[in-house]
Design a protein around this ligand. Structure first.
Ligand code: GLV
Ligand code: MN
Ligand code: MN
Length: 438
């Protein structure tokens, strides 16, 4: 996709500055605290997996908040929620937002911050009395996390390519519930919302998110201009064995699915340090996050072990090598052709955001941090994937990051300084207002 370079527009920047100056830290903090109560945990985290009853209640809460700001609420065939502030002209909107679902044990800010900061931008524009040329839409994407139904970023990827939705509908959660059935229930619960077409034209998309890693905090920088997202692949490995008695079955005659799975897992873990041995290569990151053992009994030899592999790297060629090594290890450890199978269920090459989007974001971040007497923004890449990864296929897209304390996320302890959350929302307001004014 090519993006025409927009000449600096003084009028658009003056509007953007006014929008930035009307962001309200206390209003944003209250909105974050209110949403965090949906699925709030005693340890300070949030458990709000996609399309659960708690998520559906949170979605109703967001709809009410957006309507109170004067937005029209709509949804689409994948249950994505869109909150629209009309423009002076009916042009393709500027889109911002993120996701409101969490990991099984997540934090208050992963995703929720981007959605609520988007609504704060609307509140700031209202307070400043600004009517933008283009409409602005705040989106809350369905199932970004991918923990309940795989893959992740279902809502945003189906929005940009609706043909994907048919396959997603058959995904099941660990209790055997189909994504399609959970989605239909969510759509029935939001029957009062306008049904919007998928793949609607958008003029630009900006996603604000916590970094979820240690880079900004380590550099002492409150705002990051995100230049791209590393590549990701997800696999499921199924190892078949024969259930048998743990006490009576001699070691030599066992077909132990766990022994095979552990041998493959050890080979996979060895890939990362081997890959790192090549100088100058970006780090290969490997996670074997979900295991299912059948029958999961202390005194029965496992008859079936299934585990997932999450591979990430900025360099897609490293993932080609890792995938080939995973497949070779599975063949080598299989006692029979069907005894070990590998299924890739998520695959995304690296994303590169266009310079024409980084330019207004850099301007927005610089103004916010200069006014606060903080360090200037830095450029960085994202280790996590985000909905912006798919929107980048659809319209000029980029992201803004704020620091994560200790680099921790996908954990109840996830946290970001209130002053940094405020600066991120200010940077978002400037960026969205500038883009919506030209
Ligand atoms: C998003 O949640 C990711 O796993 O990167
Ligand atoms: Mn997220
Ligand atoms: Mn996440």
């Amino acid at each position: 996709m090519t993006v025409a370079h927009q000449p600096a527009d003084a009028a658009a920047q003056a509007i953007a500055a006014r929008a930035q100056d009307h962001v309200d830290a206390a209003r944003l903090a209250a909105a974050l605290a209110a949403l965090a109560r949906f699925g709030g945990r005693d340890d300070g985290g949030v458990s709000r997996e996609t399309l659960t009853d708690i998520d559906l209640a949170a979605r109703r809460h967001l709809i009410e908040q957006a309507r109170a700001l004067g937005c029209e609420a709509g949804t689409d065939d994948c249950g994505n929620l869109f909150f629209r502030r009309p423009g002076r002209e009916d042009l393709p909107p500027v889109l911002t937002g993120s996701h409101a679902d969490t990991q099984p044990v997540g934090g208050k800010y992963d995703g929720a911050y981007g959605v609520l900061a988007g609504l704060e931008v609307i509140a700031a524009l209202n307070a400043a009395g600004i009517d933008t040329l283009r409409p602005i839409e705040v989106v809350s994407w369905t199932n970004e996390e991918g923990s309940r139904f795989g893959p992740g970023a279902m809502g945003s990827s189906a929005f940009v390519d609706p043909a994907r939705l048919i396959g997603y509908r058959d995904a099941t959660d660990p209790a055997g519930i189909r994504f399609g059935d959970a989605l239909d229930a969510a759509l029935a619960a939001s029957a009062d919302l306008a049904r919007l077409p998928m793949a609607r034209p958008m003029s630009a998309c900006v996603e604000l998110h916590i970094e979820q890693g240690p880079v900004l905090e380590g550099a002492g920088v409150p705002l990051g201009v995100v230049t791209g997202i590393q590549a990701v692949r997800w696999f499921r490995v199924d190892c078949m064995g024969t259930m048998a008695h743990a006490g009576t079955t001699p070691m030599a005659v066992r077909r132990d699915a766990m022994a095979v799975a552990v041998a493959i897992a050890q080979e996979i873990y060895a890939l990362a340090p081997r890959d790192a041995a090549a100088p100058g290569t970006p780090e290969l990151r490997l996670t074997l996050g979900r295991w299912a053992v059948t029958p999961n009994s202390v005194n029965t030899i496992p008859g079936h072990v299934a585990f997932t592999v999450d591979m990430r790297c900025l360099d897609d060629a490293a993932l080609d090598r890792a995938e080939a090594a995973l497949r070779a290890a599975c063949v080598r450890h299989a006692s029979a052709p069907e005894a070990v199978t590998v299924t890739r269920f998520f695959h995304r090459a690296p994303t590169h955001f266009p310079e024409a989007m980084l330019d207004p974001i850099e301007r927005a971040c610089s103004r916010a941090s200069d006014n606060a007497g903080r360090a200037r923004p830095m450029r960085l890449t994202s280790g996590a994937f985000h909905d912006a990864m798919y929107l980048a296929d659809h319209c000029p897209t980029a992201m803004i990051f704020v620091p994560s304390r200790g680099g921790i996320s996908h954990n109840a302890a996830e946290d970001t300084d209130g002053a940094d959350l405020f600066l991120g929302a200010q940077a978002l307001a400037y960026t969205v207002a500038e883009l919506a004014s030209r």
